[in-house]
Design a protein. Sequence first.
Length: 521
Amino acid sequence: MKQKPLSIIAWISFYIFLATLLASNSFGYLDPDFGWHLRVGESIAQTHTVPHNQIYMWSLAGKTWVDHEWLSNYITYELMNHGGYLAVTAFFILIPLLSLLILNYYVFKQYLRSALEQTVFAIFELGALFACLPHFGVRQQEITFLFLTLLLIIIDSFRREKKIKYILFLPPLLYLWASMHGSYLIGIGITLGWFMYELILFLWPWFKKQIYENSISRKQLVIATGIIIISTALTFLTPYGIKLYSFLSDYATNTYYMSHIQEWRSPFTTPFRYDQIIYSLLVLVFFFGAISSTKKSLKLWQEVLLFLFLVLAMRSVRHFPLWTIGSLMFAVPFFIAPALATRKTLFPRSATVLFILLLLAMSLTCLYATHFTNDPFNQYCSSYPCGAITFLKNHSEYQKLKIFNNYGWGGYIIGVWPQQRLFIDGRLPQYPFNNKTILEEYNTFFNKDLIPEKLKQYGIQMILFKPSPDIYKPDFIERYILGRKEQTYKNDLIDYLNTHSNEWKAVYQDSVSKIWVKQQQ
């Protein structure tokens, strides 16, 4: 269906709104890891090689590591170096925006032709985008959103048309993905899973008849096998080679971080992610409703992917963007198309004009609310220890002391003070350490029975932490429906430092951070 000029303007307005919404979100906070992304990228630019040794954490001195985001970090530094934080932010706004543009073009071309269908789809897309906002911003993990979109389109296009030309894009896609983010393992897994599915269809005609699918030809299967072998092999040719795989295996074997870092926890844990839960429930209700009313379903391959993405999203909020892509590509078009197939578009010209004006007004509102900055390390001092770091830089007597620092501040400190070595910096919560992980060892410092022992064991001389414990404030639903009450999270380390003033002296404090220094005995 050919788009009318006014419809084109409406869609341009829609994407402008998406861009301003993403901008407002990106400048709304500073990612805790931005500082170390920047400094690692700087190191790559200056040395012309990827890092192999730990240099920012004194607790892991002499240890090796693998930067599974080396190319993303390098790009981040070059953008910051030549265009400042505004250029970096623009790049990371473009990634999800481009992903949605590509996804929409494909979905509209293949499944949703009428303006009414596309409009309803856009409403679901907005809901998914709002639920994804905490995972967007200046964050390397956005790479997954783009590359997974491209991968699913490549596979779906091949399965629809049975043309080899589509999967020729797999080798460069997977190699680039492996150089930019460790989530390429998801891409490898999906690619191999799809190939096994095609192989089963080819080898077992009975199975093919049961699910009403056609298999590819023997020639196509042979060519696909070669392409997938090449694609997988190329991921071993990154600067880290096979070490990239062995390093990332720690994320699967040491899963302590998944229950102790908020972003890796389920949307059903406090604080609840209502937006993600509601979006998922709506999609499931409409999806199964469409199956019930039409007696039809998606292809088995698509259903398997949807189930996988949903399970991952319910297990960890970090995986919700995967479910977003899968649901928007397969589930949402599936139930929109039959529901609106017999309905005519009821969009008079005046309604379209009003819709455009509304989108532009919301775009201006987002822009007005956006706090643009080209100096991120001094813009978000309500969340990071700006004052404490300035104090330490101005007092040389403290700069060589062995420091124990807040986990969430490690990346920021590396960004503003890369010469300072830290106990932990937020990069490697799964890194093996003393028969556990570095994050587990970090958390032992908050066990009141172990605090003196741990401080002595590591020779800690200075502690940079929050001045008071965190406070949990329940929202409306948690308070009045679930009966949750405001709660102060006890922090035994802070209590210990404050009650042992003869041993630990506070030399600096503001509303965000506090510095304790061990007294000479």
